[in-house]
Write a protein that binds this ligand. Structure first.
Ligand SMILES: [Mg+2]
Length: 309
């Protein structure tokens, strides 16, 4: 929602300042406009600012537009920014090359400003729709936190990052105690409300940048904790356990406590090649099972892996 309120930002890249002004002045009526006079500066600016679209000159000294575009498409943080080439060249092969390196459109000079504006708007609107779909595809509809798909992608990515370190990666799986009894007693509408409150509390408890919460399925949630050892994971798990308890959501049907509680399983791994990401999930799940088995409303550690931290 906030994305729609924000004025969208366009980066104009051209080695000739007059060419920048010709586009920047009229576009500034509707957008935030940034500019760069060379490729290096363009690549630097997209890392500093949130850029929604790039108008890119092909012919520039040092690094030409094709190379700038290729580099943008290689970087995960910038690859989804639409690039429109603007150039005096009108050779068909150049246009093909532009599209081949990942540009969404190609405008040749001399151009008519209303056409440029219309194309810019079209590609910004497409980008907004794509972004929205990407967000929806990764968010759990009920609770608003990342979904299972997002968890799978996130864990895969963090596992690879941890292996490169190598650094320790920890995982929490947590489950609402006696949730079936809760639903039976209070009904599914109240059950959904309970899931939402637990999810919100979870998202709030995990404040460190890089940590990822997700709804794992049903009444089960997961937290990915990059660069976190057993002690660090334990701390987060307890914070969540107490946070949920402090919500003090009445659970009259629970044999464990008078309010909603959770059980948490923790596993921590150093991805050194001897174990897989599936091993980590399995052992976290076993730890969760132990927490349940030992009476719920508690945190349990996986004994795996024994590797030194
Ligand atoms: Mg030029």
């Amino acid at each position: 929602v906030t994305d729609h309120k924000r004025r969208r930002t366009i980066l104009i890249v051209d080695d000739i300042p007059e060419n920048v002004s010709v586009l920047a002045v009229p576009l500034a009526e509707d957008y935030e406009v940034l500019f760069a006079l060379n490729g290096e500066d363009a690549l630097w600016q997209v890392e500093q600012e949130s850029v929604d679209l790039i108008l890119l000159d092909v012919m520039m000294p040092d690094m030409d537009g094709y190379e700038v575009c290729q580099r943008l498409k290689l970087r995960e943080s910038t690859q989804s920014i639409p690039v429109i080439f603007i150039t005096a060249k009108d050779d068909v092969e150049d246009e093909e090359k532009g599209l081949a390196v990942g540009a969404v459109d190609y405008i040749t000079k001399p151009f008519r400003l209303p056409i440029v504006k219309a194309r810019v708007k079209t590609h910004l609107d497409l980008k907004a729709k794509t972004d929205l779909l990407m967000r929806l595809a990764n968010v759990d509809g009920l609770t608003g936190i990342p979904n299972r798909r997002s968890f799978d992608i996130g864990l895969e990515k963090e596992w690879r990052r941890a292996a490169r370190g190598p650094t320790r990666l920890s995982l929490l799986l947590l489950d609402i105690d006696h949730f079936k009894l809760y639903n039976d007693h209070y009904g599914h509408v109240q059950g959904d409300l309970c899931l939402k409150q637990v999810a919100a509390c979870l998202a709030e408890s995990v404040a460190r940048a890089g940590d990822q919460v997700a709804r794992y399925g049903g009444e089960e949630f997961a937290v990915i904790l990059p660069s976190t050892d057993r002690e660090g994971a334990h701390e987060v798990a307890f914070k969540i356990l107490h946070g949920i308890r402090d919500l003090n959501l009445e659970h009259a049907a629970s044999p464990t406590a008078a309010c909603v509680t959770i059980s948490v399983g923790i596993a921590s791994a150093l991805p050194d090649g001897s174990i897989t990401q599936e091993n980590l999930i399995t052992s976290t799940d076993e730890a969760l099972y132990m927490a349940k088995h030992r009476g719920r409303n508690q945190v349990s550690f996986s004994s795996f892996p024994v590797a030194s931290s």
